[in-house]
Design a binder for this molecule. Structure first.
Ligand code: PMT
Length: 246
């Protein structure tokens, strides 16, 4: 049975979307509800794991028996992921991390007549300058590839010294070309598994209670799973991670 098959394991799940501040009252974000990630955390807890859930702002209750770390931004999520992976067995990134953030958040609320703070107003327009966020999974893949070299650094971050092999699972939110994009992300981020959901379907992706996913494996295999409740998708993912754990 599955009960207990994660006993003694430390697993990290990221969930929800990051929020990138524009000013004290506004942010750039996305539609992630956190449901997929919270179900992954709850399923791992029920199988006996010590679960660390790193969550963006969501409307879901904190799951009982899970170590919850709340963050807002991609940079905060990256810091806490790096701080906690050193003794983890698995990292599943179901969070929808914002790819860009405002170059600087205004310290005061931007007013309609304000033309100095966050861009120029011409005819009442406002522009916000965005800079790329680090891609947490891609950067981690680079650092682990350099891992043997002491002091290897990317963007001021040094290679994490992992105590054991870390199984890394990513998600991909796609609206088209699921197979090509899924394979490409698995490869680029050097993942053990990638779960691609079709976010253009009404029964799948952001906010829904169900999900329709393709699972890509490092050996090139692909599985096409039926639409299932996110609880079932979470169980299917852990079923496939367990055999990969050393
Ligand atoms: O929360 P729900 O409402 O239940 O919705 C679930 C979901 C649709 C958000 C989830 O199933 C999902 O697909 N999550 C990943 C969404 C996403 O951001 O995909 P991506 O293709 O942009 O990123 C690919 C992978 O890289 C993801 O594992 C992501 O966490 C990671 N990433 C992305 C950007 C970034 N800067 N750093 C990252 O590590």
């Amino acid at each position: 049975g599955r009960k207990g098959d994660l006993a003694g394991r430390r697993v990290i799940v990221t969930a929800g979307g990051t929020q990138e501040p524009i000013d004290p009252v506004r942010y750039i974000g996305n539609r992630s509800s956190g449901k997929m990630g919270y179900n992954l955390a709850i399923e791992a807890r029920d199988r006996g794991a010590h679960v660390i859930l790193i969550s963006g702002p969501v409307a879901l209750p904190a799951p009982y028996g899970v170590e919850l770390h709340q963050v807002e931004t991609a940079l905060q999520m990256r810091d806490i992921v790096y701080a906690l992976i050193t003794d983890a067995d698995a990292l599943i990134m179901s969070a929808a991390v914002a790819d860009f953030r405002p170059a600087q958040a205004a310290t005061q609320k931007i007013k309609k007549t304000d033309n100095k703070v966050a861009g120029q107003h011409e005819k009442g327009e406002l522009s916000i300058h965005l800079v790329p966020n680090p891609d947490i999974l891609a950067e981690l893949a680079g650092l682990l590839a350099d891992g043997g070299h002491a002091g290897a650094q990317h963007d001021g971050i040094s290679s994490p010294q992992l105590k054991r092999r870390l199984i890394r699972v990513g998600f991909a939110a796609e609206t088209e070309h699921l197979i090509e994009h899924g394979r490409a992300k698995l490869q680029k981020k050097q993942l053990d598994m990638l779960v691609a959901n079709d976010v253009s379907r009404s029964d799948s992706g952001f906010g829904t209670d169900t999900n329709k996913v393709l699972i890509f494996h490092a050996n090139g295999d692909m599985e096409d799973l039926p639409v299932m409740p996110k609880t079932g998708v979470a169980a299917a993912i852990w079923d496939r991670v367990v055999p990969l754990l050393g």
